[in-house]
Design a protein around this ligand. Structure first.
Ligand code: FAD
Length: 454
């Protein structure tokens, strides 16, 4: 089945309660006939790329057009868990076997450096986006998940190239239960992480670059991109055609809809998230200072942040998703809820945390969102092979918060010519080998059961 464009009636997430008139912003009534640079997509990748392009004097003088299929930043970035959590160990053995010690360390160090980088942008630009620097707590609720994490952690700390290994602490037994507040967890791992309101951060950055000259056009889906004989690109939208010298796909889960080379390589995966509040606005929630990764068996995980206003964002509910291919795989429909997820989140807090046991909570928002899973679990960032001036920054595999910002910064430098090197983990780069030889075994990885065996 071919990947589709974003649907035009997505469910409203909690984060989108911050929408204002900027949601449907169009710099001008008409599209230009020609421009220097087109960025397709206004999510985390498109917004931060535009931000870094405008930081450079040379590109700031260029004409840059951003085309967004729906309202501004209404994709995964406005529907996620708000969790800025580098993965410092859980995929370590897989990364080491695939990319060697140095390659695995590059990914871990890169993700960890996002904590400082995101904080710096928030503080430099004075953006009110509820950014909190804290510690993540990974809780393991099956012996399989605990065993795998312990093994990955002890392997990771042997790697001489990982510069942030001291940030991770492993705790066992009673102490793990007290630190995590989860009775059934006999091991937990903690490390520095952040949480924020991603939509507020991205729209603040976009407003900034719009004031510097970005031509932002919302509700303008790109339908097709063709390379012209002179090397420029003809970008066809629902509102007309634009010629551009450079084009960047910041389209994450939707990339294959307009770039068939990513069909079966970046797959739209439908996920679910919720917002939970105190049932009585006069009573504060029993605040959890950590953010959480809650790991059951295999790919079955939940994630959670307790926000500074006391409310909680919980995402996951993968028990209701990953076994059923038709529910989530290659599915761009974020206009409907996934069956069972509302009920799953309703009693979540009291079942999971002993400090919430007697607390009355209400789930006031549940939504779905589209993640861009890549065939080898890492994003595709860089210039397309044999297609000069066509760039991609997509496929963040449900884990974009600690990967997008510095990928966008490095890509901006490549695009504006201030660097020939793309300073990102080698594993993220677009290579012939990745494009031609990666085997997509996502369904197996996610534990999806063929219908015949259900
Ligand atoms: C439910 C859910 C929970 C998540 N939780 C977390 C989390 O807690 N932590 C974490 O690190 N990551 C999380 N993620 C993943 C994270 O949100 C993404 O990796 C990140 O937001 C990707 O940003 P992006 O800009 O690449 O994609 P998006 O935000 O999806 O932006 C892509 C944009 O491109 C637009 N677009 C697509 N095709 C076209 C077209 N043809 N023409 C014009 N515009 C187009 C879309 O409308 C969209 O606005 C979650 C994702 C979801 C869905």
């Amino acid at each position: 089945m071919k990947t589709e464009l974003p649907v035009n009636n997505p469910i409203k997430s909690f984060w989108l309660t911050a929408e204002d008139e900027f949601a449907t912003y169009r710099t001008k009534g008409e599209l230009p006939q020609e421009t220097d640079i087109i960025i397709i997509g206004s999510g985390y990748a498109g917004s931060t790329l535009a931000y870094y392009l405008y930081e450079n004097d040379k590109t700031a003088k260029k004409s840059i057009l951003m085309l967004e299929a729906r309202n501004v930043c209404s994709g995964a970035t406005a529907r996620n868990g708000g969790h800025l959590k580098p993965d410092l160990y859980s995929q370590y053995k897989y990364f080491k076997s695939k990319y060697g010690e140095k390659g695995a360390a590059e990914i871990i160090n890169f993700e960890h450096s996002h904590l400082k980088a995101v904080k710096e942008v928030v503080e430099k630009e004075k953006i009110d986006c509820d950014f909190v620097l804290t510690r993540a707590c990974d809780v393991h609720l099956s012996s399989q998940s605990g065993k795998s994490s312990i093994e990955n952690y002890y392997e990771m700390i042997k790697n001489p190239y990982v510069t942030c290994k001291d940030d991770v602490q492993i705790t066992f037994g009673e102490a793990a239960k007290v630190i995590s507040k989860v009775e059934d967890s006999s091991v937990c791992l903690t490390y520095t992480a952040g949480q924020l309101w991603p939509y507020k951060l991205m729209t603040a950055l976009l407003k900034k670059v719009v004031s510097k000259g970005l031509n932002l056009q919302t509700n303008t889906p790109v339908l097709k991109v063709d390379r012209l004989e002179n090397g420029k690109y003809l970008v066809e939208t629902s509102r007309g055609k634009v010629i551009t010298e450079k084009v960047i796909y910041a389209t994450n889960g939707y990339t294959a809809a307009i770039e068939p080379k990513f069909e079966n390589k970046i797959v739209p995966i439908k996920g679910a998230c919720s917002h939970i509040i105190s049932s009585d606005p006069k009573i504060r929630t029993p605040h959890l200072t950590n953010t959480y990764g809650i790991r059951y068996k295999g790919a079955d995980t939940d994630y959670l942040i307790n926000r500074p206003d006391g409310s909680v964002i919980v995402g996951g509910a993968k028990k209701h998703i990953f076994p059923f291919k038709e529910v989530f795989y290659n599915n761009v429909d974020d206009s409907t809820l996934i069956e069972g997820t509302k009920e799953y989140f309703d009693d979540y807090m009291k079942k999971m945390f002993y400090t919430w046991k007697d607390f009355k909570a209400t789930t006031d928002y549940v939504w779905s969102g589209i993640l861009g899973y890549s065939d080898d679990t890492v994003p595709y960032v860089g210039e397309m092979l044999e297609e000069k001036n066509k760039f991609v920054i997509a496929g963040f595999h449900g884990h974009g918060m600690p990967r997008v910002l510095l990928s966008a910064k490095a890509l901006a430098k490549l695009i504006n010519g201030s660097s020939d090197l793309l300073d990102i983990p080698s594993a993220f780069k677009i290579t012939k080998d990745r494009m031609e030889n990666t085997k997509n075994n996502l369904l197996e990885m996610l534990g999806t059961i063929p219908k015949s065996k259900l």
